[in-house]
Design a protein around this ligand. Structure first.
Ligand code: IMP
Ligand code: MG
Length: 186
């Protein structure tokens, strides 16, 4: 039987390497926010796998909330026009906010989100991202907790999708070109 794994051309970051990095990040976050009112904000959908692993390695007990924003549409590039599909349920005022993202590509999504969160009179706003592609950056955003720097390749797995698929893969990988059907993912 053909499985999603068979569509992968190359594993960029394997499960163990991810787990080690996630533990490191969780340790740093736990230390930095010890004794503080931290609200972690996961960016749906891509960040949910990373966030759930990260959370379970923490030695503090932060609040958890989610936002959903529209940036990428199926197989195309982020336009820079960001729309909020789901806002925070929690009140952010006076709290320390940590935005957790799967990947920072052009930076447009995070730039918008950081700005949006700052306007809520938070005590602080910081960013944690599992992956970043510096070559693709259009706006500078500060990533306070950074997992891995990756080359300019479209990746899937560990929460990241192509056309809403492959989020279940336990590693970060690159798909075989034929999966994109010859069409560019940008
Ligand atoms: P940005 O606004 O260009 O930084 O895009 C950020 C969002 O685009 C991420 O939260 C992802 O959902 C999506 N994205 C960017 N690069 C990739 C990729 O290589 N694979 C899957 N999704 C990606
Ligand atoms: Mg995303």
């Amino acid at each position: 039987m053909r499985t999603p794994r068979d569509d992968v051309q190359e594993i960029l970051i394997d499960e163990k390497t991810i787990a080690r990095k996630v533990a490191e990040l969780a340790k740093a976050i736990s230390r930095d926010y010890s004794g503080k009112d931290l609200l972690i904000i996961g960016v749906l959908k891509g960040a949910f796998v990373f966030l759930s692993d990260l959370l379970r390695q923490m030695s503090i007990s932060p609040g958890i909330d989610f936002v959903a924003i529209e940036s990428y549409t199926q197989g195309t590039e982020s336009s820079g026009v960001v729309r909020v599909l789901k806002d925070l349920d929690e009140n952010a005022e006076g709290r320390h906010l940590l935005i957790v993202e799967d990947i920072v590509d052009t930076g447009l999504t995070l730039d918008y989100l950081v700005d949006n969160m700052r306007n809520r009179k938070a005590a602080s706003v910081k960013v944690c991202a599992l992956l970043h592609k510096p070559e693709r950056r259009k706006v500078e955003v500060k990533i306070d907790y950074k997992g891995f720097t990756i080359p300019d390749k479209f990746v899937v797995g560990y929460g990241l999708d192509y056309a809403q698929r492959y989020r279940e893969l336990p590693f970060v990988g690159v798909l075989k070109p034929e999966i994109y059907g010859g069409e560019s993912v940008r």
